[in-house]
Design a protein around this ligand. Sequence first.
Ligand code: UDP
Length: 321
Amino acid sequence: MRSALVTGGAGFIGSHLTERLLRDGWEVHVIDDLTTGCVGNLDAVREHERLHLTLNPIENEPVLMELVDRAEVVYHLAAAVGVKLIVEDPVRTIETNIHGTELLLKHCAKKGKKVLLASTSEVYGKGAKGRFAEGDDLVFGPTTRSRWSYGCSKAIDEFLALAYCRSRDLPVVILRLFNTVGPRQVGRYGMVVPRFVQQALDGGPITVYGDGQQVRCFAHVEDVVEAFCRLTDCEGAVGEIFNVGSRQSVTIAELAERVCALVNPQAAIVYIPYEEAYGPGFEDIRMRAPDVTKLQAAIGFEPSQDLDRILLDVKKHLTDR
Ligand code: UDP
């Protein structure tokens, strides 16, 4: 039987990946400290005989070492995520993202365990291109703006993972996840889709930050999980970076209108200055879309769910809860 360790397995993406691996017949060890995840995310599989849940930070070295020993493949998703959390607690962001990953990579390299590292489109920073390919430059703002600490910390993780791959033979695959949405994502840390859907369900208003002309692409979490699974056994993927995301782009103003139409046509849409939402000096990214040519060539990736289906799925989840 194949065995996996999913760090951050009680989080939004991690819990979907855990469920999928169990469905595919894997033994799954999850480690999560529940800072942004919650045990409830694993409710559907909580009693599964092949699921083993450890509530601990990945910085707990002896625990981490034991779990790495048991796994054939390590999916590393434990990280501080969400623009709001990052702006509010930059120390935790930097420490969690760098220190935890460093420990994990060190032990995986010692034991020769394959690692799939969840990185983020935030590493592209504010590059002017808008549609990013894996070889593009990373362009960050000044260190006085805490938003960039997230992208920088994940960029360090990528550097370290590739360094271990090249000089210590660690088999590693890096996935740069663009905006990923779906059931169980919470709006607390700033994520726009669950926020808009919940606001519409509550009768509004839907709060668009800035002028609403910023562009994003939203992929369903199940499509992202599919990419993790296919890349696991993709020979040519080791030592490579892949963008993972949807190609369907939308402005945040259009997103607000779609949410309104699908969830509650009575809800008003209001525009709020960035300073009011994130404090002074916040810099947003104007356009961010993935070039997924490389991913398609490697695994034939094609997202299966469009924006309307994603929004209806999120609505269903928030209503059922
Ligand atoms: N946003 C918004 N209203 C909200 C939350 C977010 O208009 O209540 C905007 C945010 O400023 C950004 C976009 O929606 O331009 C996507 O935000 P999110 O935090 O989901 O992801 P990001 O792409 O910024 O990492």
